[in-house]
Design a protein around this ligand. Structure first.
Ligand code: SAH
Length: 365
């Protein structure tokens, strides 16, 4: 089974080549692609339009899905979090966020994360492993099936954000391959224009992404307006400090389409990075580099044992107004799914228990 080809790692052409190598006609490859992504089937048994003998042959060499559901949590606000497991037993988390006019699926690019951002719960897991393209694609298939039923056409547009566990730019190959598979009009047909990739600031990959013709949108997690503070909150800053990061953003800007902006995410930590002075420093930093950017303020999502609290709403508003007064478009992100550990920075394979007395949260090992 471990030697089996994971079909969700293959693009349409590769799938057809595999099928042809088994002595089948090319159209069977397209049929199989449609079964995996238009009908969103996760097992060969369900692909009843394929001949039984062909399915049996496929089952010997390949697998149609590799992730298994461990548990599912549904928030009061409708957000759903899936805790899944890879074939080698590692946790993978995905969040489905329904909104009025569209749905957003937040997928993970790694199991755990190697970056040590001080305010993020995922960091506490460390890096378990980078996910494959197939494991990324499967998260999206799974979430759509759970929300709407297997193969049912989605009623609204689907946006994707690479903002789950992990650093997508340290999973660059898997990520780009997954995005191409998902963009295929014969399958999920979620085009890069509907995708936003968030990075903690892996500078060489920002430059690389700028050169990709059909690329997703970019978001950058800042968390602090000075190197001194960013070194502490996001240690990746020691490797790629703000000046280098923003210089890469400036280059990236050349690849923006008319009207497109990139986003800076700024997690707001009560009494740490949320003063008026921080707001002015942040605005000056962005203005000094004359970046066509907008800022997303994310009030901190607390979780034990993180030593931070969210900035109170009145100060978030004040911070926003200070940025806007300096010409920076600013948006406050409403937390979704906090009650089920589904919000930004809360993905750490936690299993909330119904009895609040029992605050012991189990971790997958
Ligand atoms: N590693 C990538 C992708 C993760 S995106 C990155 O850092 O961009 C997750 C976003 O949530 C990041 O912007 C991060 O700064 C933010 N975040 C992390 N922990 C958080 C928390 N506890 N509360 C609110 N936002 C948090």
């Amino acid at each position: 089974m471990n030697q089996a080809v994971h079909l969700t790692n293959l693009n349409g052409a590769e799938l057809s080549a595999l099928v042809e190598s088994l002595g089948e006609p090319a159209y069977r490859g397209r049929q199989l692609f449609g079964a995996l992504y238009r009908r969103r089937l996760r097992s060969f048994e369900e692909m009843t339009d394929l001949p039984k003998s062909f399915r049996a042959e496929l089952a010997e060499r390949a697998t149609a899905s590799t992730l298994t559901l461990e548990s599912r949590y549904i928030s009061e606000d409708g957000t759903r979090r899936y805790l899944m497991k890879t074939h080698d037993g590692l946790p993978v988390e995905t969040v489905f966020i329904p909104e009025e006019r569209r749905d957003t699926i937040c997928f993970s690019s790694q199991s755990g994360c190697p970056l040590q951002c001080d305010f993020c719960l995922t960091a506490k897991l460390g890096l378990l492993r980078t996910l494959t393209a197939g494991e990324i694609v499967e998260q999206v298939v799974f979430a759509l099936n759970d929300a709407y039923g297997v193969g049912i056409k989605t009623p609204r547009g689907t946006n994707l954000v690479a903002m789950g566990a992990g650093e997508p730019f340290l999973a660059f190959e898997s990520l780009m391959r997954a995005l191409r598979i998902m963009a295929d009009p014969a399958g999920l047909y979620i085009v890069p224009n509907r995708v936003t990739v968030s990075t903690a600031g892996v500078v060489p990959r920002i430059r690389e992404l700028a050169a990709v013709p059909d690329r997703p949108h970019l978001a950058i997690s800042l968390a602090a307006p000075t190197d001194e503070q960013r070194d502490v909150l996001m240690p990746i800053n020691k490797k790629w400090p703000l000046a280098e990061l923003l210089a890469a953003c400036k280059e990236f800007e050349l690849s923006l389409k008319p009207g497109e902006r990139f986003t800076f995410e700024y997690v707001m930590l009560d009494g740490v990075n949320d003063s008026d002075e921080h707001a002015r420093a942040l605005a000056n930093l962005l203005n000094r580099h004359q970046l066509r950017a907008k800022v997303n303020l994310i009030p901190h999502n607390p979780a034990d044992p993180l030593p931070y609290r969210p900035t109170p709403p009145a100060q978030v508003e004040r911070f926003k107004n200070l940025l806007e007064a300096k010409g920076i478009q600013t948006h406050v992100r409403r937390p979704r799914g906090r009650d089920i550990y589904a919000a930004c920075g809360q993905l750490a394979a936690r299993r909330p228990v119904t009895n609040p007395q029992e605050q012991i949260l189990h971790q997958l090992s």
